[in-house]
Design a protein around this ligand. Structure first.
Ligand code: ASP
Length: 330
C-alpha cells in the first residue's frame, strides 16, 4: 500500500527588527506585541490548516498586522518628513514566480492586497504613487482617508526624527484621531517596524510578503527594500521564501532576499545557514541592521537578525506556536 504523507505546512512572521532589548518594553508592551504576532501567525496557520494556499495565508496574516497600530505598516505607519504616510508592499508566489508590489500608497487600506492585485489584475510587477492607489481602487480594494493611517506615537517619532535632522515639523494632518489605548503601547524600535510573512502550504508551495510604512522622516519619495522583489521579498519553490526588515538601503544593495534563495538553491546551504550567512556576515559587514524570516519547500523555517530584537512568530503542522522578541529567545 502506498504510504500517505501528512500534509506539511509552515508559516513564519515578523513585525520588524530594531532596538528592542529586554527592558526596553514594559510588561504591557511586551504582552501586546506577543499577542499581536501570535494572532497574525494563528490566522495565517488557519488558512494553511484548511488547505489554503501560501499566498492566501501570507495575505491574511499581513492584513492583520497592517490593521494593528503597533506595527509600521498600514495603520501605524511611519511618517515622511512632510507628515504623510506612504506605504510600500510586495508579494511573491514561489510556485509561479509571479510577483506584485506597490510603493507610496496613501489611500489603500491594505497595501499587501494591492500587491496581490498587481499580480492578478495587471501585466506589471511594481506600481508607484498615485497610479498605484488608482489601480487598487479600480480593483475594488478598500480606500480610506490618508488620516486613517495616523497614530500619535508615530507622529512623535517623526517630531524626534525631524529634530535630529534639523528639519521643521509639518502641521499635524487635519482630522488626526486622538490616541487610542493601544496606540500608547507602540514601542519606538528605531527606524524599522515593517511586517512580513512567509508560508509553505500543504501542496509544497511557498510565498513571501512584506508591508511597511518605510523609514521615519523619509524624504524625496524614498522607497526602501520592502516593495523591491529580490531585496525585501523573494519566493521560489526551487529555493525558499524570504521577507526582510531593516535598513532598506543595505538590503537593496545586497539583494538580501534573493541572495538567501541563491545560497539555498545553488550552494545547497541549509535554510538557517543561508539566512545567517547573509544577515550575520554579509549584511553586518556592510554596516546594515535588520533581520529576515524564511521558509523552504520542505517546511524548514528560519529567522536571523543582527539587531537586539525582532518581533517574530513561527508555527507549523504538528508544531507549537513560538513567539519571540529579544535576541536571547529561541
Ligand atoms: N525595510 C524597511 C525600509 O527600509 C523598513 C523596515 O524594515 O522597517 O523601508
Amino acid at each position: 500500500m502506498a504510504q500517505s504523507t501528512q500534509p506539511k505546512w509552515a508559516l513564519v512572521a515578523h513585525g520588524g527588527a530594531g532596538a528592542i532589548a529586554r527592558g526596553d518594553l514594559n510588561p504591557q508592551q511586551d504582552a501586546a506585541y506577543r499577542e499581536a504576532m501570535a494572532a497574525a501567525a494563528t490566522a495565517g496557520a488557519a488558512v494553511l490548516r484548511a488547505g489554503g494556499s501560501a499566498m492566501d495565508a501570507v495575505e491574511a496574516a499581513i492584513q492583520i498586522l497592517e490593521d494593528d497600530p503597533l506595527f509600521n505598516a498600514g495603520r501605524g505607519a511611519a511618517f515622511t518628513a512632510e507628515g504623510r504616510n506612504e506605504l510600500d508592499a510586495s508579494l511573491m508566489d514561489g510556485r509561479t514566480l509571479e510577483a506584485g508590489a506597490v510603493a507610496g500608497l496613501t489611500t489603500t487600506r491594505h497595501p499587501i492586497s494591492a500587491a496581490r492585485a498587481v499580480i492578478e489584475g495587471s501585466a506589471h510587477v511594481l506600481l508607484g504613487g498615485e497610479g498605484a492607489d488608482a489601480f487598487a481602487r479600480s480593483q475594488g480594494l478598500e480606500q480610506v482617508e490618508p488620516v486613517f493611517f495616523f497614530t500619535e506615537e508615530r507622529w512623535k517619532s517623526l517630531e524626534r526624527g525631524l529634530g535630529k535632522l534639523g528639519l521643521p515639523v509639518p502641521p499635524k494632518p487635519v482630522g488626526a484621531p486622538e490616541p487610542e489605548g493601544r496606540d500608547a503601547l507602540v514601542h519606538e524600535e528605531g527606524k524599522y517596524g515593517t511586517v512580513g510573512v512567509v508560508a509553505r502550504d500543504s501542496e509544497g508551495n511557498v510565498a513571501a510578503g512584506t508591508s511597511t510604512g518605510g523609514t521615519t522622516a523619509k524624504r524625496w519619495g524614498r522607497v526602501g527594500d520592502s516593495p523591491l522583489i529580490g531585496a525585501g521579498t523573494y519566493a521560489s519553490n526551487t529555493a525558499c521564501a524570504v521577507s526582510c526588515t531593516g535598513a532598506g538601503e543595505y538590503f537593496i544593495r545586497l539583494g538580501v532576499a534573493h541572495r538567501i534563495c541563491d545560497l539555498v538553491e545553488h550552494a545547497r546551504l541549509p535554510l538557517q545557514a543561508a539566512a545567517d550567512r547573509v544577515v550575520q556576515e554579509q549584511l553586518t559587514a556592510l554596516g546594515g541592521a535588520g533581520g529576515v524570516i524564511a521558509v523552504a519547500p520542505d517546511g524548514a523555517m528560519a529567522w536571523s537578525f543582527n539587531t537586539s530584537g525582532m518581533y517574530r512568530a513561527r508555527i507549523a503542522d504538528g508544531e507549537p506556536l513560538v513567539v519571540g522578541i529579544y535576541k536571547d529567545e529561541t
